[in-house]
Design a protein around this ligand. Structure first.
Ligand code: ADP
Ligand code: MG
Length: 235
């Protein structure tokens, strides 16, 4: 079913001709769709970032929020594992130093540091001929070096999502390789299906990039999100 709130947001973004959504905007949509997105708050000063971090709890993460900075880490725009208010204020100023020259109107997203787990990647892309497809892989060298990813056309059911997840070479990692904790493949399959339903019900969304999603023995958390809208979305 179409989510009215999401449809309204997308309509206004399309009207404003915004093609690429910020991490904050993408996460608001994903959260509203019922997906597991940890809380995050927008800060416009070091003091505000600190207040947000106190509210969300430590350790905290600061990330630059700017339409012109797509790869946040590359711009020095991601500060992890900040353990107190001083560290948060210092991290804000460091982000300011490297990012303000790229975008004087930058903001900062404050979020809690997610616990370590297996980092996976989930995406949606659109092909003029075949339509939309979902992508799944294990983060880091498995995707970047080995191109170990699986693609399936949308729509797909839960069984097909599980089959897709188990088809990658790195699948043993998800089962708990050499004493490492396993990843919740059931919740990952739910996420694949729910994401494919989101983009089917809201065709304005042409691309989604969740990199990473952190998978735990129980549950998953969407830690980074990017979304793009089609230039001429179908009604
Ligand atoms: P980008 O991909 O734009 O460089 P990310 O938001 O993906 O920025 O952050 C870079 C890396 O930092 C992620 O791949 C992840 O390993 C780590 N990271 C980001 N946010 C968090 C978080 N809230 N908790 C734990 N680790 C995080
Ligand atoms: Mg990322």
């Amino acid at each position: 079913m179409v989510n009215r709130q999401i449809a309204e947001w997308l309509d206004s973004l399309v009207a404003q001709r915004q093609r690429v959504l910020s991490e904050y905007q993408a996460k608001e949509i994903l959260r509203t769709w019922g997906l597991p997105v940890p809380p995050c708050l927008v800060a416009e000063s070091a003091g505000q970032a600190k207040a947000h971090a106190e509210k969300l709890g430590y350790p905290s993460v600061l990330k630059v929020l700017s339409p012109v900075i797509v790869h946040k880490s590359d711009a020095g725009g991601v500060k992890l594992n900040l353990t107190d208010g001083d560290a948060v204020e210092k991290a804000y100023r460091e982000i300011e130093q490297t990012c303000a020259p790229l975008d004087p109107h930058f903001k900062v997203l404050v979020q809690p540091m997610a616990k370590p787990g297996l980092e996976v990647i989930l995406g949606v892309s659109e092909d003029a001929q075949f339509g939309k497809a979902v992508m799944f892989g294990v983060g880091g060298i498995f995707v970047e070096l080995f191109r170990d990813v699986a693609f399936r056309l949308i729509p797909l059911d839960r069984g097909q999502a599980l089959e897709m997840i188990s088809s990658i070479e790195a699948f043993p990692l998800l089962k708990g390789f050499r004493g490492r904790p396993p990843a919740d493949t059931e919740r990952l399959a739910d996420l694949v299906v729910s994401l494919s339903e989101l983009v089917t019900q809201h065709p304005a969304i042409s691309e989604v990039d969740l990199n990473p999603v952190i998978a735990y023995p129980r549950g998953v958390a969407i830690v980074d999100a990017r979304m793009a809208l089609a230039p001429n979305p179908q009604p």
